[in-house]
Design a protein around this ligand. Structure first.
Ligand code: IMP
Ligand code: MG
Length: 173
């Protein structure tokens, strides 16, 4: 990466995680909750969020691909790996790094609804509403970002930069 600027600092990401985790802990008190991380991007946010949640939760992962080039998703979602556990009758919270067009999450919400879950809700670290193509209800909405391509905190460019601690805007690659 040649040039980038920090859009969201590590501190602000941490505060955001704490707020979301408090809400989730309150809302799901006494319920059987499964956090489903969306691989690969959701792995860092899920790890942070899970450790701030104060109620017992189960953790699972799903892997999806939205075929396309490095910065544009094609709109065609494919499940690469399904969750391991049976989520029938469970409360599922899908944990995602970013909601951009909304296509992936819309697909995943429908996908889980067919599994007979008690509820299916969405928690995202970042939200880019400017590029939405489809309406998607986000129950736990993280930080809003402008219409720019970002990396870090799980998000990649061509597979790299997921490990950056901040969310940064790529100015030149
Ligand atoms: P969707 O367009 O809402 O279906 O988002 C699909 C996926 O594209 C997200 O889960 C992210 O992994 C990825 N994505 C969206 N915007 C960005 C970005 O700015 N940088 C890196 N990945 C992104
Ligand atoms: Mg993602």
């Amino acid at each position: 990466m040649v040039k980038y600027k920090v859009l969201i600092s590590e501190e602000r990401l941490k505060e955001n995680v704490k707020e979301l985790a408090e809400q989730i802990s309150r809302d799901y008190e006494g319920k059987e909750l499964v956090l489903v991380g969306v691989l690969k991007g959701g792995f860092i946010f899920l790890a942070d969020l899970a450790r701030e949640i104060s109620i017992p939760v189960k953790i699972d992962f799903i892997s999806v691909s939205s075929y396309g080039n490095a910065t544009e998703s094609s709109g065609v979602v494919k499940i690469i790996k399904d969750v391991d556990a049976d989520v029938t009758g469970k409360h599922v919270l899908i944990v995602e790094d970013m909601i951009d067009t909304g296509v992936t999450l819309n697909y995943l919400k429908d996908f889980f609804s067919t599994k007979g879950c008690k509820s299916v809700k969405i928690c995202t670290a970042l939200n880019k509403p400017a590029r939405r193509k489809t309406d998607v209800v986000i129950e736990y909405k993280g930080m809003e970002i402008p219409d720019e391509f970002v990396v870090g905190y799980g998000l990649d460019y061509a597979g790299k930069y997921r490990n950056l601690k901040e969310v940064v805007v790529v100015e030149e690659i």
